[in-house]
Design a protein around this ligand. Structure first.
Ligand code: TMP
Length: 209
């Protein structure tokens, strides 16, 4: 449907997603690709407002799931699809796998319902490649300052352990799409490994605007 490339980044907070996305965006731009960077929840004005509600409001588990889905639907339509259609490489910080891990495995909400909501919100759009920056939850949480923590970060260690198993289950379900990167490695090593996996997937520069 498009000539762009859709890449998503998953894993716990404190796993270095932002660092890797920033580094990769620079590298791709230097090579001549046009990069669109977005995040979930977030992306555009509506998504960022939903983000604020989700991360700092008192939200029930059911409302939380629906708000993440709403933010996703908005991000896909307003940011991701237009960028892919324009031939960009889209880097999205979190996507459908986060909902499976956090709301499915973390909160225990029904996985079949989450699969349907993900499909509805994205209208079937799947990432071309997903990078899971995997890290034991205690390490991820210890890398964060308390002031940086959102409502979900402040959940119990047990919750974060379920989230990690949830992410690892998504890998089992879709091993060709999701590449696991050891987030306890130095950032430069992770970036090299990521690039080695990504490089063969990059579209020829002539087809990218
Ligand atoms: P971030 O801090 O990586 O931007 O992610 C925001 C928080 O939202 C993080 O704690 C994970 C959580 N989250 C979910 O629980 N479900 C989702 O579907 C998404 C996208 C994020």
């Amino acid at each position: 449907m498009s000539q762009g490339l859709f890449l998503t980044f998953e894993g716990p907070d404190g796993g270095g997603k932002t660092t890797q996305i920033t580094r990769l965006a620079e590298r791709l731009t230097v090579q001549g690709y046009t990069v669109t960077r977005t995040r979930e929840p977030g992306g555009d004005l509506v998504g960022e407002k939903v983000r604020d509600l989700l991360l700092h409001g008192a939200v029930s588990p059911e409302a939380e799931l629906l708000l993440f889905a709403a933010a996703r639907a908005q991000n896909v339509e307003a940011v991701v699809r237009p960028a892919l259609e324009a031939g960009h490489v889209v880097l999205c910080d979190r996507f459908t796998d986060s909902t499976i891990a956090y709301q499915g495995y973390g909160r225990g909400l029904p996985l079949d319902l989450i699969a349907r909501l993900n499909a509805f919100a994205t209208r079937g759009l799947m990432p071309d490649k997903t990078f899971l920056l995997d890290l034991p939850p205690a390490t991820g949480l210890s890398r964060q300052r308390a002031s940086e923590q959102d409502r979900l970060d402040r959940e119990t260690l047990d919750f974060h352990q379920r989230v990690r198993s949830g992410f690892l289950e998504t890998v089992k379900a879709d091993p060709d799409r999701i590449a696991v990167l050891d987030a306890s490695r130095p950032a430069l090593d992770i970036a090299d490994r990521l690039w080695a996996i990504l490089e063969p997937l990059l579209p020829p520069l002539t087809t990218v605007s």
